[in-house]
Design a binder for this molecule. Sequence first.
Ligand SMILES: [Fe+2]
Ligand SMILES: [Fe+2]
Length: 383
Amino acid sequence: MSIPAGTAERVVPTTGGFRSAHQGLAERLACMHDELRREFPGVHRVSVAIYDQRTDLLKSFVDSSESSNPFEHTVARLADLKGLSQLAKTGARATIADLSAHVSSSPAHVRRLVKAGYLSSFTMPMFHKGTFQGFLFFNSFERGYFSAEVVQRMKPHAEVIALSTIMELDGVRMIQAAVRTVRQITRARDEETAAHLERMARYSRLIALRLAPRRGMTDEWVEFLFQFAPLHDVGKIAVPDHILFKPGRLTDEEFAVMRGHVGKGIEIVDTMADTFRLGAAPYVRILRNVVAHHHESIDGNGYPHRLGGDAVSLEGRITAVADVFDALTSARPYKRAWSNAEAIAYLIEQSGHKFDPDAVEILRVSEAAIADIQRQFTDDGSD
Ligand SMILES: [Fe+2]
Ligand SMILES: [Fe+2]
């Protein structure tokens, strides 16, 4: 199992947003881009998009652009991008010498590049252990910049960028795999069904993607939040079965034990980060915030620390709304499933008290996207 080189040396401040605190791939990409430009001054943009095989989605991830990033917070189905699908299948690389040549008949993403001033491109699919992972995009303001000779000489740089991306994602997968294993060993099943976790992760991404531009968060942050949202209740492995599976109401003492899952979860994250020497990786802070804050409230009446206001991280605010929305709209042994409208009405009632108003508002106007997620991940046959 590989550990991203240099992660142990990275220093992460304990406060501040992901953009300012972030010493991860986005910053490394900016450094690699600087390096690349010394030899290839015409490479004006380097960008990484990653691929989610389960949903066929291609997602903008990190970007180093000379002008503004034309694809920030963009998600598209790979099947809808004909040329790119072909490259993903064959592993071939592609150069376009003049993006502006047939701009009116070009796909929308090419038109967006031209609008941002880019005139030529070099695209490289990334693979890890034979599986397609995403694309590396290089763009230039100059027509015909990516000659066969330039592409050939750029190859080692491109490989290093691809490897850095894959290693960063590996660290995330390693944590997910570790948590999943722990859960499987200690708990045969609980009410957190696989489908619940899939849906709440996707509601979290839906909210995060819409909130990111307003709160100055990166696509990388959106992705990590999506990856880590399902781990919010990792601490429940420490809650005894007779409490976790109690069909009736919990006593005050039992409820106190149940609430302890947050503190236990933080302990687990910290131990894992230490064990895998990932403590300084920026994404660990996202995971920690998800686990630590998903039961805190904006009005300070949540638990375990009654934080309130800005002390509740954005990660915590988003996962709280996503988690509660899915819990309400799912049937449990002791309750029927609420309709989406009923659940949204409850979130609105609690907006600004328990929940972040922006996060609630995004769910309120996302009827179609919510229905899509519910269609895709049903409780039948899952878990
Ligand atoms: Fe929880
Ligand atoms: Fe949950």
